[in-house]
Design a protein around this ligand. Structure first.
Ligand SMILES: Nc1ncnc2c1ncn2[C@@H]1O[C@H](COP(=O)(O)OP(=O)(O)OP(=O)(O)O)[C@@H](O)[C@H]1O
Ligand SMILES: [Mg+2]
Length: 314
C-alpha cells in the first residue's frame, strides 16, 4: 500500500495480506478495512486462518506478502508504534499461573511502562469490570477456565489500547460465563476498535458491527449481520422436530437437499425451493415420527453452512 492510498479513517487496513507455512497458504490475500470504534468479528472453521491473521496484525508474525496498517502505522515498517496502540488476548491464554490476578495485571502494566499508582488504579477498575475482585488475591492456577479468559481480557486492557484483539475470548466457557464475558466486551463497544474471533455465531450476530467469514485463508463474505442474512433471503429454512431419525435417512435427504443439518431433536433443511409434502412423506416412509414442522428465520448458522458447506461447531 503506498502512502497515498492509506486511509487513516480506518483503524485497521490490510492489503492483500498473505501468510504461507512452507507450501501451505494459511492466509490468502486478505483485504480488510475496519473502522475506528468498530467491533469486528472474524468467523471461520478450525484452521481457516483467523489466528494467523490476528498474529500478523499484532506484529507477532510476518506476512509472506501484502501489508497491514494499524491507525496508519505499517505493521512491518513500524512495529514499535503499532505495539504501543494495540493489545491482544491470545487464543492460548498467556497468564502466569503461580501469580494471582492482581500480580498478573501489575506485571503487565509495568511491562507497558505505567507508574505504580496508575497500574494499581487501572488494575482495580479492570478486576471490577471483569468480575474478579473477590478472587484477585488467589493464585491463578486455582481459577476456572472462564475466570482465566476474563483475566486474559483484563490483561489486554491494562495498557488502554486503542485497538484490542480478542482471539476466541469465550472458547470453552459454559453458557453463563460466555454471556458474562460478552457483557464485558459489550461495555467496551464504541470505545475501542475490537477485532475478535469466535465460534459462537449467535453472539457475533448480537454484538458485532460487521462480520467477515473466512474459510481456507480467504474472506468469503463480509457485512453486517443483517446484510449476511439478507444475502440468502431467497432461501427457505424448514425445521422438523422428529424421532427415529437415522444417519441413512438424513443422508437420503441430503441427496435432494444438500443443506440438511442435524440439530437437537431433529433436522433443519435449507433450499431455494422446499417441497414440504415430499419431505414429510419421505421421512414417514423411513419410519420417522414427526412431532412438528415449522418455517424458520434465517440465522448466521444458515449463512455459514451455505457459504462454507460446513457447520461452525463441528
Ligand atoms: N506455525 C505454523 N506452522 C505451520 N502451520 C501453521 C502454523 N500456524 C498455523 N498453521 C496452519 O495454518 C492454518 C491456519 O491456522 P490458524 O491458527 O490461523 O487457524 P484458525 O482459523 O485460528 O483456527 P481455530 O479456529 O482452530 O483457532 C492451519 O492449517 C494451521 O495448521
Ligand atoms: Mg485460532
Amino acid at each position: 500500500m503506498s502512502d497515498a492510498t492509506k486511509d487513516y479513517r480506518f483503524a485497521i487496513q490490510t492489503s492483500n495480506i498473505s501468510r504461507k507455512f512452507g507450501d501451505f497458504i494459511a492466509v490468502d490475500g486478505i483485504d480488510l478495512s475496519i473502522n475506528r470504534g468498530e467491533l469486528f468479528a472474524l468467523l471461520g472453521p478450525n484452521g481457516a486462518g483467523k489466528t494467523t491473521t490476528i498474529k500478523m496484525l499484532c506484529c507477532l508474525l510476518r506476512p509472506s506478502s501484502g501489508t497491514a496498517t494499524i491507525m496508519g502505522h505499517d505493521t512491518q515498517k513500524d512495529p514499535i508504534a503499532v505495539k504501543q496502540i494495540i493489545d491482544l488476548s491470545p487464543q492460548e491464554t498467556a497468564i502466569a499461573e503461580h501469580l494471582n490476578a492482581w500480580e498478573n495485571l501489575s506485571l503487565m502494566g509495568r511491562i507497558h511502562g505505567f507508574g505504580k499508582e496508575e497500574v494499581k488504579k487501572r488494575s482495580e477498575e479492570l478486576l471490577e469490570m471483569m468480575g474478579l475482585t473477590n478472587r484477585a488475591k488467589e493464585q491463578v492456577r486455582k481459577y476456572s477456565g472462564g475466570m482465566k479468559r476474563r483475566l486474559s481480557i483484563a490483561m489486554a486492557l491494562v495498557s488502554d489500547p486503542q485497538v484490542l484483539f480478542l482471539d476466541e475470548p469465550t472458547l470453552g466457557l459454559d453458557p453463563q460465563s460466555r454471556r458474562g464475558t460478552w457483557e464485558h466486551i459489550a461495555e467496551l463497544k464504541g470505545e475501542k476498535t475490537i477485532v475478535l474471533t469466535t465460534h459462537y455465531l449467535e453472539e457475533a450476530d448480537n454484538l458485532a458491527d460487521r462480520i467477515a467469514i473466512i474459510d481456507k485463508g480467504k474472506i468469503i463474505a463480509l457485512g453486517t449481520p443483517d446484510e449476511l442474512k439478507d444475502s440468502i433471503s431467497d432461501m427457505q429454512v424448514m425445521a422438523i422436530k422428529a424421532k427415529n431419525l437415522t444417519d441413512d435417512t438424513v443422508e437420503g435427504l441430503r441427496m435432494i437437499y444438500p443443506e440438511t443439518r442435524e440439530v437437537v431433536n431433529g433436522i433443519e433443511i435449507k433450499a431455494k425451493e422446499l417441497n414440504f409434502n415430499e419431505i414429510v412423506d419421505y421421512l414417514r416412509s423411513k419410519g420417522v415420527v414427526i412431532e412438528s414442522t415449522s418455517q424458520k428465520q434465517i440465522t448466521l448458522d444458515d449463512v455459514f453452512l451455505h457459504l462454507t458447506g460446513k457447520e461452525l461447531r463441528e
